[in-house]
Design a protein around this ligand. Structure first.
Ligand code: OXD
Ligand code: MN
Length: 589
């Protein structure tokens, strides 16, 4: 196969020589080609075509049972020097990693087809966008990438003879867990992923490129790649303000991005629009404001718990052109089901492992869908997709929000004093482990900016990069921290969450406009209870007061935890953050 771009040619030739596929196919982005691949995947059992009347264009796929989630323990940042990966990443020396991986990839595509996927993260040709080429031996990967990214010949045309593209090589190999590696080589714009077929490990545009490689590129080039949703709030006066928000995995990012305003807010004229649910690329505009795009073109969302109440927009998004992975196959009407979809699990069904899912299984609490089962759905299906979704210049940010899952420590919302304090607030983000995960309950896991598993370089340098960005932003957004998960002493959530989170976003936006009150506390500005609009909510200002308290003793404990966490970074910890910690401790005296 001939390519005009010499770098592309070299990458493909070398990968073919290494993996030895029987056949090589270029993905041109045409519907005819994708349709023939869907048919081929159905003929081999790799996918199941679902009821085309109820779910047009939808398919079901099951991964191997040992291959159902991202594997952080087998994810590596491969650089020349260990210091450049930093204390929070797994590191492999890059030449050693290439050598190890080449042994595993050798001949891995014998008897298989290699697909060449040229893809763009961000609208093709946008100044924010970046190009990648993923080589894979999986039709499932091709079809998912065609939903999650912009794929096809026009991407190669846009690349021209530039060498600025990310090289991604994925081989399923034997799905051997012991030889599963997800390796990022940020210094070489290269990703190698082998022995997995699970989305987060193999859709290389997502976590591997758009976060790990892109965060490294962003540092070099002066921008930010963040694990953030982007949403627009249209206010009753018709103006739309944009918020980017970072939360650790499984804290409801997709739900917040697709929020349905409470009735009283909708009646006043509030509307919420989704720009992105997982990743934001953020640059400084000519006017000194921050602008963000969502580099993805679809949603790779967790299915269980998604329903007509929790997230009707996400559910509607999955009703056509969607690939479901590891959910229940409802044999009654050839559709899909998952825990939390509704109260009517199908009587005739196949579980995510491919076995009959019986009445007895259900009675014994055996789950039909894997807890990390997913939908891959086109963004354009989303009823509340932002009219600015394709805007090549991105949307201007008025607020940056961080959040975590804290039972007591963090109040419902607080505002940082300035940029450096905002970076501090992001850097101390944390969640407490819940009973749902294995291991001890209530253990604090620090996850700075929700980037712990996704930062492609030393996190101390990442903090410094955030601080430096502030110097270039002359019209700064404000920073906030939210916590939807505060509980009473019996462990009941104190805040209703979901659509009612708009009541908190409303205070946030009013603060950015200088239109809402707050009181200063040792940790930052907190609203007075009466500043949160409770109209239509069965809660009193006293209830909200409970959500807004800042307990100095708990914060003293937290400050000690932050100090221990910061110690990991040694002299890479920026002085500005050490100063912020000192200020916090002083404020708590
Ligand atoms: C995701 C994650 O899949 O953050 O988006 O784990
Ligand atoms: Mn994510």
């Amino acid at each position: 196969m001939k390519f005009e771009n010499k770098g592309v040619q070299k990458f493909i030739d070398e990968s073919i020589a290494l993996c030895a596929p029987d056949k090589v196919v270029l993905i041109d982005g045409s519907e005819e080609q994708l349709e023939s691949l869907r048919a081929e995947a159905c003929s081999t059992g790799e996918m199941i075509k679902l009821n085309q009347e109820l779910l047009p264009g939808c398919y079901l796929h099951r991964t191997a049972v040992n291959d159902v989630a991202r594997v952080e323990g087998r994810t590596f940042i491969c650089t020349e020097k260990e210091e450049d990966a930093g204390p929070t990443n797994n590191w492999m020396q890059k030449d050693k990693a290439y050598e190890l991986l080449k042994g595993i990839y050798k001949g891995a595509m014998k008897g298989r087809t290699m697909y060449i996927i040229p893809f763009s993260m961000g609208a093709v040709g946008s100044p924010f966008s970046k190009i990648g080429i993923e080589l894979t031996d999986s039709i499932y990967v091709v079809l998912n990438m065609a939903i999650m990214t912009r794929v096809g010949q026009n991407v190669l045309d846009t690349l021209g003879d530039s060498d600025d593209f990310v090289r991604g090589l994925h081989a399923k190999a034997d799905l051997d867990e012991e030889k599963r590696y997800i390796c990022q080589f940020p210094e070489d714009n290269t990703i190698m992923s082998v022995n997995s077929g699970y989305g987060g490990n193999v859709l290389l545009g997502k976590k591997c490129f758009a976060l790990r490689i892109a965060s490294y590129q962003g540092r070099k080039e002066g921008w930010l790649a963040e694990h953030m949703l982007i949403l627009g709030v249209e206010k009753p006066n018709g103006e739309t303000k944009y918020i980017a928000a970072a939360f650790p995995s499984a804290c409801g990012k997709t739900n917040l991005a697709m929020l349905i305003p409470p009735k009283e807010f909708a009646e006043k004229g509030y509307k919420v629009f989704t720009v992105g649910d997982d990743i934001a690329w953020i640059r400084v505009g000519a006017d000194g404001r921050l602008y963000a795009i969502n580099p993805e073109n679809g949603f790779f969302g967790v299915a269980p718990g998604t329903n007509a109440k929790s997230n009707p927009n996400a559910l509607a998004t999955t009703r056509k052109g969607t690939i479901f992975t590891n959910v229940v196959h409802n044999l009654e009407n050839n559709t899909v089901w998952w825990e939390g979809l509704d109260k009517n699990p199908p009587k005739k069904a196949i579980d995510w492992k491919g076995n009959p899912w019986t009445e007895e299984d259900r009675a014994n609490g055996v789950k039909g869908a894997h807890p990390n089962s997913r939908f891959t759905a086109p963004a354009k299906n989303c009823p509340c997709i932002s009219p600015e979704f394709e805007n090549p210049q991105g949307v201007p940010l008025d607020a940056i929000v961080f959040g975590g899952r804290r039972a007591k420590t963090a109040p419902l919302v607080y505002e940082a004093r300035d940029w450096a304090h905002g970076v501090f607030v992001g850097s101390i983000m944390a969640s407490e482990t819940t009973a749902a995960a294995s291991g001890a309950v209530g253990v604090v896991r620090r996850d700075p900016m929700a980037m712990l598993p996704f930062c492609g370089y030393n996190m101390g340098d990442y903090f410094a990069h955030w601080l430096e960005m502030g110097e270039k932003v002359t019209k700064k957004p404000k920073f906030f921290n939210v916590n939807w998960f505060r509980t009473d002493d019996e462990g009941h959530f104190l805040w209703p969450g979901f659509g009612d989170n708009l009541r908190v976003l409303d205070w946030i936006l009013k603060r950015t406009e200088g239109e809402a009150e707050a009181v200063e506390t040792p940790i930052g500005y907190v609203p007075r209870p009466e500043d949160i609009d409770l109209n239509g909510l069965d809660m009193t200002t006293e209830d909200v007061a409970d959500l807004l308290t800042v307990d100095k003793e708990l914060w003293k404990e937290d400050a000690a935890g932050i100090e221990a966490f910061y110690a990991k970074f040694g002299d890479k910890l920026p002085k500005a953050l050490a100063d912020e910690l000192a200020t916090l401790k002083n404020n708590l005296k």
